[in-house]
Design a protein around this ligand. Structure first.
Ligand SMILES: *Cc1c(COP(=O)(O)O)cnc(C)c1O
Length: 385
């Protein structure tokens, strides 16, 4: 009773009351008109969210499931793709390809670095047999935002599909599938969309659908071409997670009421707040220039164990933060501020993190919260972000 629990992880994220109430409604049948009407509305709203005129398919799976669906429906065993690897989720693309017998060429960047369009172009010149480029818009393990739009420009005149994992970016920072020439965009329910985990969303360009025609999906469950036929009738191939679709309709309604320009501005302002406050603490940010808008990654002081900081923040303040993954475990803390998170939640997160660092023997400069909040308010008041 002392503290509210505040989930400030880069997924799962808090679910607003409006969405929770929608999730709690009576079960309805997924093949009946009542559900179809909801699905039709969800479809319209999803197209707006993705910035596409293409159908957006919903799959019952986690984010990795929908990544798997992309690989197994767009590429045949033996074909080769270029994977951009700059963190845990880039590595996952490669792992999924390898499990699906799709050959992988890797373009590797250090953790904390963003890919460059020049390096991608160079790799594709060296390996012209690549049929796809697989990348994250936001690499959640490091907090880096990759320059997907610039990379799309590199692919413009090549017969290569651009496949973008937007799981920690869609609804958090601008990402317009059609305008940016993304061939396949996917996301999951538990990050920016303010929903529980369990729903994957994916859309393909005409070019990608054409490519998919030449591929026999290696797994029965993920069949995007068959799903596309179904969604044109406001249906899914198998029993859809009805409650999650009803909840999604509610969260998309909330976005619609607020407007994505305002949502993006809020996300940017929260990012400025976190980056300013953490810098003012005297700490080093992990993603230097190309940073995502839904989480902020920071290196803890040299002598401090990040895992102990997380435990302290949780036990004493009810704040749940995320640590680093793989070799960054113990060194990195990731503060999630995507979806249903506002300035007060983030202020709580920053305070809990700072107190945790101090309790674990680190030095934290004071005055960070005031500077962070100032950055938040100035970012909100600048009209062009
Ligand atoms: C969270 C996340 C995933 C994985 O999602 P799961 O739901 O855990 O399978 C994949 N890619 C990115 C960029 C993510 O942030």
């Amino acid at each position: 009773m002392l503290n509210k629990n505040r989930l400030l992880a880069p997924g799962p994220t808090p679910v607003p009351e409006r969405v929770r109430l929608a999730l709690a409604q009576d079960m309805i049948h997924h093949r009946k008109p009542e559900f179809k009407a909801i699905m039709a509305q969800v479809q319209q709203r999803l197209q707006k969210l993705f910035g596409t005129t293409q159908p957006v398919l919903s799959l019952a799976c986690s984010g990795t499931g929908v990544m798997t669906a992309a690989v197994t429906n767009l590429f045949s065993p033996g074909e080769k793709v270029l994977v951009i690897e700059a963190g845990k989720f880039g590595e996952r693309w490669a792992e999924i390809c390898e499990a699906s017998n799709v050959a992988v060429e890797k373009l590797v960047f250090d953790w904390g670095q963003a890919a460059t369009a020049e390096a991608v172009a160079k790799m594709l010149d060296l390996h012209p047999d690549c049929k796809g480029v697989l990348i994250q818009l936001s690499e959640t393990s490091t907090g880096v935002l990759h320059p997907v739009q610039e990379i799309a420009n590199v692919l413009k005149d090549r017969d290569i599909l651009l496949v973008v994992d937007g799981i920690s970016a869609v609804s958090i920072s601008p990402c317009f599938m059609d305008d940016w020439n993304i061939d396949c965009l996917l996301t999951g329910s538990q990050k920016g969309l303010m929903l529980p985990p369990g729903l994957g969303l994916i859309a393909c360009s005409d070019k990608a659908w054409k490519k998919a025609e030449s591929v026999t999906p290696s797994c029965f469950y993920f069949n995007l071409r068959a799903e596309k036929q179904k969604i044109l009738q406001d249906q899914t191939l198998f029993t859809t997670p009805v409650s999650l679709i009803v909840g999604l309709n509610e969260s998309l309604a909330m976005f619609e009421e607020t407007g994505f320009d305002v949502i993006f501005k809020k996300q940017w302002a929260l990012t400025m707040m976190a980056r300013t406050a953490l810098t003012a603490m005297g700490l080093e940010l992990f993603a230097k220039d190309h940073f995502t808008w839904g989480l902020t990654s920071v290196l803890v002081p040299e002598n401090v164990d990040a895992t102990a900081v997380l435990a302290y923040a949780n036990e004493n303040f009810g704040v749940i933060l995320a640590g680093g993954q793989a070799h960054m475990k113990g060194r990195l803390v990731r503060i999630g501020h995507m979806g249903w998170v506002d300035w007060a939640d983030l202020a709580a997160g920053l305070h809990a993190f700072a107190e945790g660092c101090k309790a674990c023997g680190g030095t934290i400069e004071s005055g960070y919260l005031e500077k962070g909040l100032h950055a938040y308010h100035s970012a909100l008041n600048v009209s062009d972000k």
